[in-house]
Design a protein around this ligand. Structure first.
Ligand code: SF4
Length: 56
């Protein structure tokens, strides 16, 4: 998430997934599955386009 501007939009929308770590970076929780619609929404809303899906 190099381009993240720390607008905290993702923290507001999906606090169960995104958190701010003590070093000042956004962290993504490791979950079995993600609420695809909401994640898609924040991907579209992130002003820095810093969020994307990753294959495992
Ligand atoms: S919405 Fe995007 S720019 Fe804003 S804090 Fe989250 S990752 Fe960073």
């Amino acid at each position: 998430m190099a381009a993240c501007t720390l607008c905290e939009g993702c923290l507001d929308l999906l606090p169960e997934i995104f958190s701010l770590n003590p070093a000042g970076y956004i962290e993504v929780a490791e979950l079995e599955s993600y609420p695809e619609d909401k994640v898609q929404e924040i991907i579209a809303d992130c002003p820095a386009q810093a969020i994307s899906w990753e294959e495992d």
